[in-house]
Write a protein of this length. Structure first.
Length: 289
């Protein structure tokens, strides 16, 4: 019997700071700020505080799609919040008491409006601009159902499979097998749906696609956790078709660049304050200066 399988939980759990894996320096069992730091405010009505993870990409894709559709009021400043402790600054905690990216502040009205949780931000922006969320039933219900499918299902992919496959301090066969099985089940759910519909919720491109693509599209494209071969993603042909279809959209490509801090420097726009930044302020150009 292995040491892991022989573990017996204590009567009362205590925090072992050395046992947190890749994020041991920032994970903690309490909430609230660790230091005082105000958030910057740019020139646009919408202020986004985020990082180019799948959850962050959902919102930057939405904003870029809104701008591409002609919604000038969707102009935004995107500020980088690194998950190395910056998420515990007092200003960010004021916007999102859960200390997770992304978080949005809408300053277009008399009083600033904070919106946190990526799904809530997508719905807020869709309703604000009247775009990418059907207003008539049953299309609206279908879109919201798939949006909340993503919100409820993906923690098993990220916090489950991704953590134990890529980030945990040791490889635990049971945990990896458990969450690989669930990740593949979810990919199959999506593959079956996309065998019947062009987009996730039907014939229209919606916030459901924007929410699901960075996670499951990223998985089959080989971007997430380096696990494409392990999960045999080639089996999900409909998901692959859809992932490529969305990635062909210029707004999706731009959204994936915003607040990105890894990969090709030419694909990293760490802060976004103007549409021209995609041509002039990517990390390769910043480094060259």
């Amino acid at each position: 019997m292995s040491e892991q399988s022989a573990y017996t939980p204590p009567k009362v759990w205590t925090w072992n700071k050395a046992n947190g894996g890749a994020f041991a320096s920032t994970n903690r069992p309490i909430a609230g700020p660790t230091h005082d730091k105000e958030l910057p405010i740019g020139k646009h009505p919408l202020q986004l505080y985020s990082l180019g993870t799948p959850n962050g990409v959902k919102v930057t894709v939405m904003l870029e799609e809104l701008l591409a559709a002609g919604h000038g009021g969707a102009e935004y400043d995107a500020w980088l919040i690194k998950i190395d402790g910056e998420q515990f600054g007092s200003g960010f905690v004021d916007v999102n008491p859960n200390s997770k990216i992304p978080a949005l502040v809408d300053r277009s009205g008399k009083e600033p409006i904070r919106v946190f949780e990526s799904g809530a931000i997508l719905v807020y922006l869709a309703e604000k601009f009247g775009a990418f969320l059907p207003t008539e039933q049953p299309a609206r219900a279908e879109t919201l159902s798939w949006l909340f499918w993503q919100m409820g299902a993906t923690p098993f992919v990220g916090g489950g499979f991704g953590h134990f496959y890529a980030y945990a301090p040791e490889k635990i066969e049971y945990a990896i097998d458990r969450y690989a099985m669930e990740t593949k089940r979810q990919l199959h759910v999506l593959d079956r749906q996309l065998a019947e519909t062009e987009y996730v919720a039907g014939s229209e491109y919606t916030i459901a696609d924007m929410a699901i693509w960075p996670w499951y599209g990223g998985m089959v494209k080989g971007w997430n956790y380096g696990a494409a071969e392990f999960l045999a993603v080639h089996e999900y042909k409909n998901v692959l078709r859809w992932a490529d279809q969305l990635y062909a959209r210029p707004a999706v490509k731009r959204g994936r660049m915003v607040n990105r801090v890894s990969g090709d420097p030419a694909g990293q726009l760490r802060e976004r304050h103007d549409a021209s930044d995609f041509e002039t302020n990517t990390q390769d150009k910043v480094a060259a200066e």
